[in-house]
Design a protein around this ligand. Structure first.
Ligand SMILES: [Zn+2]
Length: 114
């Protein structure tokens, strides 16, 4: 999508602190981190949210979670633990309508979330 913020980051048209990029996904640091480690994993191709994911998206989901696990390892939180979160829609606090997987770690994360 032409004016989607995360599409522009995936295309390199807007600067971001990118820690990994491959043919399928881009991983970058959240601009307003909620934990010492707060990364976003996005598909390079536009998908609106996890609410649009279905049985045909297995390869994309595997690529996103694989990238999230690798990023958690690179950030040093594989042993201490990390949280993977998909927010869907307004009540969940989704602010950019492009599928993104939050990777949070580096401190104790309360459960359930507030
Ligand atoms: Zn997009």
């Amino acid at each position: 999508m032409a004016d989607c913020l995360f599409c522009k980051i995936a295309r390199g048209e807007i600067p971001a602190d990118v820690v990994h990029k491959d043919a399928t996904v881009t991983v970058f640091r959240d601009i307003t981190p909620h934990a010492p480690v707060h990364l976003l994993v996005i598909p390079n191709q536009h998908v609106g949210s996890a609410g649009e994911i279905g049985p045909g998206n297995g390869a994309l989901m595997a690529a996103m979670i694989t990238a999230a696990n690798a990023a958690a390892d690179a950030e040093g939180v594989s042993e201490s633990g990390y949280r993977l979160v998909f927010n869907v829609g307004r009540d969940a606090g989704m602010t950019v309508p492009h599928l993104h997987l939050h990777v949070l770690g580096g401190r104790h994360l309360a459960w359930p979330p507030g």
